[in-house]
Write a protein that binds this ligand. Structure first.
Ligand code: SAM
Ligand code: SF4
Length: 334
């Protein structure tokens, strides 16, 4: 392996989240507007380019690769990419290949993902009520997603459910979701909703529900104990002693994990973001396309990592428009 990626604050960069498409078959109200304009195809990294990009990061020490989007499983021929990444698992260069998905295509792809070497997946699901599911995702249908989750578990994939906590929307399902996950041996993580730019006025759904409050509500019915486990990311975990289940809390904009941040994101257009809380990014697509050799790309990756900020800018509210992060989660990858 080449010299590993160490940022100016001595953090080894071992985790890459890569967005493989900005498209999606759902239109979740907190993520997209109903009439999204997607990027022209030529701007997206091709499957071969995604392979080159990720392989370069893996050569430089990335051990964990999460594939996200948009909806990664709607990208045409995406299994070619998963299979290609499987070779890095086989060689031992990569420890984990994983995916974040809305599960709509899992009935089709679960077995293939397992065969490619994926063992754990994150599925985003905010409600178990069919009508509410249709409302929040606009285009999604719950039975299809539940079939996808069944297929994933049947294929041997470990499933973690990610639920965006929304006041007045899924507050009343806190215990239903928790018990449902426990009964299916799935961990559950709550995500605090982030105000995203330009997705229309969705006040009816997009209401902020603090995870402190979610936790307090759980404590009314369960014995909740903190787990020391950290993943270098914004998640904190607790265990419910009654069910043995692990529950995560992700507060994406909290400032408390920057010291251990080991991750970077690459968008479907090849921009690298080294901090979710900041707008600063660098182009890797230019360097990638400028040469068939990866030397220029690797140099650009190192240069970008050298700019990774120490943490969320204390004044980063200035970089947001009306209190909103101006880029889309579906572009950067959630
Ligand atoms: N389509 C896939 C999915 O839904 O799992 C992967 C991409 S999606 C952008 C990744 C995660 O971001 C999902 O769990 C979604 O709930 C979350 N997300 C999207 N918009 C968000 C927002 N405004 N605030 C918090 N989480 C958000
Ligand atoms: Fe699609 Fe995921 Fe965004 Fe929902 S959260 S619109 S499933 S990308």
């Amino acid at each position: 392996m080449d010299a590993p990626l160490i940022d100016p604050f001595a953090r080894a960069i071992e985790y890459l989240r890569i967005s493989v498409t900005d498209r999606c078959d759902f239109r979740c109200v907190y993520c997209m507007s109903e009439n999204m304009t997607f990027l022209p195809k030529k701007d997206l990294l091709s499957l071969e380019e995604l392979d080159r990009m990720c392989s370069a990061f893996i050569r430089l020490g990335v051990k964990k690769l999460r594939v996200t989007g948009g909806e990664p499983l709607v990208r045409r021929d995406i299994m070619t990419f998963f299979n290609a990444m499987g070779r890095h698992l086989d060689s031992g260069a990569l420890d984990e290949l994983t995916v974040t998905t809305n599960a709509s295509q899992l009935a089709r792809f679960a077995k293939d993902l397992y065969a490619a070497g994926v063992r754990r997946i994150n599925v985003s699901l905010d409600t178990l009520n069919e009508q509410k599911f249709a409302d929040i995702t606009r285009w999604g249908r719950l039975p299809q997603v539940l079939k996808g989750i069944d297929a994933a578990q049947d294929a041997g994939l470990r499933v973690k459910i990610n639920t965006v906590a929304l006041k007045g929307f899924n507050e009343d399902e806190l215990f239903t979701l928790t018990e449902w996950c426990a009964s299916r041996d799935m961990d559950l993580t709550f995500i605090e909703v982030m105000p995203m730019g330009d997705i229309g006025n969705e006040d009816r759904f997009g209401q902020y529900w603090s995870l402190k409050d979610v936790r307090a509500r759980l404590e009314e019915s369960y014995s909740v104990s903190d787990l020391s486990e950290r993943t270098g990311g914004p998640a904190r975990y607790v265990q419910l002693s009654e069910t043995g289940q692990k529950i995560g809390f992700i507060t994406p904009l909290s400032h408390n994990f920057c010291e251990s941040c080991n991750r970077v994101r690459v968008t479907c257009t090849g921009d690298i973001y080294t901090c979710l809380g900041q707008e600063g990014h660098s182009d890797l697509r230019g360097p990638l396309r400028s040469s068939e050799s990866d030397a220029i790309l690797e140099e650009a990756i190192r240069a970008a990592i050298a700019l990774k900020p120490r943490g969320h800018d204390f004044d980063y509210s200035r970089q947001r428009v009306d209190g909103q992060v101006s880029r889309h989660m579906s572009h950067t990858g959630g």
